[in-house]
Design a protein around this ligand. Structure first.
Ligand code: 5CA
Ligand code: ZN
Length: 409
């Protein structure tokens, strides 16, 4: 699958800083030391509806991760998937009487447009579940042949007991896991499973649903967690730096994915940090396609909202916080964008070097974007007040805001 075009990332004076980030698995900060090529996998969309502000907030967090690393002169190997076949997509296509392939293509195309408009840097590999199937089948066969997976009426399940580290990402107890599993695509109540939490690796072909050749598994389609693991291992290998997504993916998705990968390779851990963005709500409830309480990025753009203002609205919240989208959030961002643009429109201004360091410091400290915005606010207020005489300082600020936060002034 093709991704979307990259916006320019201007080079900045001085040196970038290593990223320290909160890791869900250890419950504390880790300072990542990725070497010359940093490796990150971020869970992509299930394309049955347009990109909403919640998705955009999550991708904003991981875009910042990329930008902090690029500022340290590292390359970034970023991989993202598209869950272009799964129950919710097929259900929506059936409900609306549209072809599921066209629905997925249409919504993925819109996602690319939204990501481009928001200046989110593209992944190097953008991979659909369907195109990953030939790589998924042998992994499921290996798990089954090693005894870590079993057959149930033609479907194949992963045995969570095969991984001694199972539970190490979410640290939830069995009851909490069972509830979340039922809520998020699992089937804990299906009779015949060895453990109610065991997730499906391969679903045998169902009447009226798409299916693919699964070799010794028979025709069918892949489970959700093995999809991401197959893509991540294929492009990044084990021990990559960051596994990312929203906090609704901690369990079961990232817990199960880590277990699949650890059992497949015998190595631990799959990722050095499991990083999760908070949930964006609307009217007091998590924004979600299934609830339908959504603010779409594309709808805001059509209404004439500058994508840079949408980006600033996202950046105004710490990525780990749960927060609520309101009109006020957007109005504040529009006003900030105007202040910043006015501040960089002059040829000279207050010195910019210290500001660049403040932005770097804030973002390298667990992606503290609100602190970075506050630093730029202070510089813009100085510019609006006494001004400054540093020739070229506004240009440096403008480049720093773009390179480190993806905001074009
Ligand atoms: N395709 C799977 C991941 S493999 C999936 O979860 N797709 S999704 O379309 O439902 O979500 C895409 C990304 O947006 C995920 O990382 C998810 O955690 C995140 N996300 C979904 N809803 C919200 C929300 N309300 N706030 C913040 N992030 C969200
Ligand atoms: Zn995923």
């Amino acid at each position: 699958m093709h991704a979307w075009p990259a916006s320019d990332v201007p080079a900045l004076p001085g040196e970038g800083r290593d990223l320290r980030i909160h890791d869900t698995a250890t419950g504390g900060p880790v300072t990542l030391d990725p070497g010359p090529v940093a490796r990150i996998y971020v869970c992509g969309i299930t394309p049955y509806d347009a990109t909403h502000i919640g998705h955009a907030a999550t991708y904003n967090a991981f875009d910042l991760v990329q930008r902090v690393w690029l500022d340290t002169k590292r390359q970034v190997h970023y991989v993202q998937n598209v869950t272009d076949v799964d129950d919710p997509l097929l259900e929506r296509a059936a409900r609306d009487d549209v072809d599921w392939v066209s629905l997925a293509e249409r919504e993925t195309a819109l996602f690319r447009e939204d990501m481009t408009a928001l200046r989110m840097l593209p992944p190097r590999h953008y991979v659909g579940a369907v195109e990953a199937i030939p790589g998924i089948v042998p992994l499921v066969e290996r798990l089954r042949d090693s005894g870590a997976a079993y057959d149930l009426e033609g479907d194949v399940y992963f045995s969570v007991e095969a991984d001694p580290h199972f539970g190490g990402v979410s640290h939830l107890d069995a009851a909490a896991m069972r509830l979340l599993s039922a809520e998020r695509g699992g089937d804990p109540d299906r009779p015949g499973k060895k453990n109610p939490l065991d997730p499906m690796l391969w679903m045998a072909a169902r009447e009226g649903e798409p299916s693919w050749d699964g070799g010794s598994l028979g025709r069918g389609r892949p489970g959700w967690h093995i999809e991401c693991v197959a893509i991540a291992l294929d492009h990044l290998g084990m021990g990559f730096d960051v596994q990312g997504g929203g906090s609704d993916l901690v369990f079961p998705h990232h817990e199960m994915g880590a277990s699949h990968a650890q059992v497949l390779t015998g190595e631990f851990p799959m990722a050095k940090a499991y990083v999760h963005a908070g949930m964006v709500a609307l009217d007091g409830e998590k924004m979600s396609k299934s609830r339908g309480n959504l603010v779409f990025v594309s709808a805001l753009r059509r209404a004439g909202v500058d994508p840079a203002a949408i980006r600033l609205a996202l950046l105004a919240h710490h990525y780990r916080a749960d927060w609520e989208w309101t009109d006020q959030v957007l109005q504040d961002a529009v006003a900030r964008l105007e202040r910043w643009r006015a501040a960089v429109s002059r040829p000279d201004g207050p010195p910019a070097e210290a500001l660049v360091e403040e932005i770097r410091e804030a973002l390298s400290n667990d992606l503290d974007a609100p602190a970075a915005l506050a630093a730029v606010d202070r510089w813009a207020a100085l510019q609006a007040g006494t001004g400054g005489t540093d020739e070229g300082a506004p240009g440096v600020v403008s480049r720093a805001v773009d390179a480190l936060m993806g905001v074009a002034l």
